[in-house]
Design a protein around this ligand. Structure first.
Ligand SMILES: [Zn+2]
Length: 200
């Protein structure tokens, strides 16, 4: 891939993000131009935090937190199960903040007319699985339950990455030509990576 093409993708991604910042204001009335990812996310999260997920043929609809009762252990574990390392058949306690970012993203998608479930391509990865994943970082946040690779039917990955980065509590990775966007709750950063075959 040439340098100019990389530049073009970065430009498009940033434009998508800028356009979505305007949409955030429409979708969440109290949000203004000075909104931070934290304030945007707070406005999207309600007193019931739910996720509708899809992984292969598995589907899950789970309300993992309510203002009245806090975390629902069973529902939370159902989410962790869906996000398990399927190769090693291992479950890991997924980061609560990551679930909130996904929930906010899903609420936002709903407001702009997309009610499709979030498709999970990768969640927790055991060290063994991570080592076998081409292009995965040694310190990948998938190893500590702080990253997922997702896609949503009806939304381009450029747009999805732009939205995720606006709610970001961490990194957003966009991989042109691949079917997913990487979202994590590590240090705030955004990247576009053509060379890697899979997310870090
Ligand atoms: Zn990833």
């Amino acid at each position: 891939m040439g340098r100019s093409t990389s530049f073009e993708i970065r430009r498009r991604l940033l434009l998508a993000g800028a356009a979505l910042a305007g949409q955030a204001a429409l979708a969440a009335p109290a949000t203004d131009d000075a909104a931070t990812p934290e304030t945007r996310l707070r406005e999207l999260l309600s007193e019931r935090r739910s996720l509708r997920l899809l992984r292969g043929t598995e589907t899950l609809s789970a309300t993992y937190w309510t203002a009245d009762s806090g975390y629902n252990r069973d529902e939370y574990l159902n989410i962790c199960w869906l996000m398990r390392d399927v190769q090693a058949d291992r479950v890991f306690p997924m980061h609560h903040g990551l679930l909130d970012v996904l929930c906010g993203l899903q609420v936002w998608l709903g407001r702009i007319g997309n009610d499709a479930p979030l498709q999970i391509y990768s969640g927790y990865r055991s060290p063994k699985t991570n080592n076998r994943t081409e292009g995965a970082a040694l310190n990948s946040r998938h190893l500590v339950g702080r990253a997922v690779d997702i896609g949503v039917t009806g939304v381009s990955n450029v747009k999805l990455a732009g939205m995720a980065s606006l709610l970001g509590r961490g990194g957003t990775g966009f991989y042109p030509g691949r079917n997913f966007v990487h979202v994590d709750t590590g240090d705030e950063r955004i990247w576009i990576d053509r060379a890697r075959k899979k997310a870090s």
